[in-house]
Write a new protein. Structure first.
Length: 245
């Protein structure tokens, strides 16, 4: 099931690019803080998907974007032709050793084989370089947000499903975690469209998926925060950062 879910995104590449949120600028700045003073930054967006993180990184340095799914990679190349987009994976990164200052992973660390990915990421990083994993997730402290997740039957999927630490590895220092508000303006239907790009939805039976979405619509129609049209969805961008020794 995990492998099936990891391969499910290509079928919804265009919708992923349209409806998935960007990452908080402060979260990206936090991730890159240890290397930002270097004269020229060479950044690697690993498991880059359709480029939700790539665009922000291009404003900060040159970017290599690595993605294994052909449909997602095609969408990324169309959106960001100025990036160096390559086919590859976290376990086999198509760049030379010691060639990048930072490796950033948006919404994808939990799909990696960490035992193989960590030494491969260490290989491509320069000394003192950054590995940072970022996740956008719902703010669990907001009552109506937690309740709409319960209505959909996805209450367990609140922020950084894989946890807020990365595994220990001798090539890296300890994990550092930070959280950054990332509110987005949306509507009920746009929220449903975003949920439809999540792996649980992509692999669900159609009837199960539509029933979950119907429960979300019904619940949000009862809430003053969401029933009058456009509203603010309180997301949080979590960052887990490690430094290459």
């Amino acid at each position: 099931m995990t492998a099936s879910r990891a391969r499910s995104f290509g079928a919804a590449a265009a919708e992923y690019a349209r409806y998935r949120p960007e990452y908080a600028e402060a979260a990206i700045d936090r991730a890159l803080e240890p290397v930002v003073a270097r004269p020229t930054l060479r950044l690697l967006d690993l498991a880059a998907g359709t480029g939700k993180l790539t665009g922000a990184l291009l404003r900060r340095g040159s970017v290599i974007a690595v993605e294994p799914d052909p449909a997602m990679l095609a969408e990324l190349r169309a959106r960001f032709p100025e990036s160096d987009a390559r086919d590859g994976s976290a376990e086999s990164i198509p760049v030379p050793a010691g060639s990048v200052d930072a490796v950033l992973v948006g919404q994808a660390w939990h799909w990696f084989d960490a035992q193989r990915a960590l030494p491969e990421i260490a290989r491509v990083l320069r000394p003192g370089g950054v590995l940072a994993a970022l996740w956008n997730g719902d703010d669990p402290d907001v009552e109506w947000v937690a309740r709409y997740r319960e209505a959909a039957g996805i209450a367990s999927r609140l922020r950084a499903d894989a946890g807020l630490r990365l595994p220990e590895h001798p090539d890296f220092g300890p994990s550092e975690h930070s959280a950054h508000p990332n509110p987005v303006r949306t509507t009920v239907e746009s929220l449903i469209a975003m949920l439809a790009t999540h792996s649980w939805s992509l692999v669900a039976e159609p009837a199960e998926r539509e029933a979950a979405f119907a429960r979300v619509r019904a619940y949000l129609a009862t809430r003053p925060e969401t029933s009058a049209g456009e509203f603010e969805l309180p997301l949080v961008t979590d960052v887990v950062r490690l430094l290459r020794r």
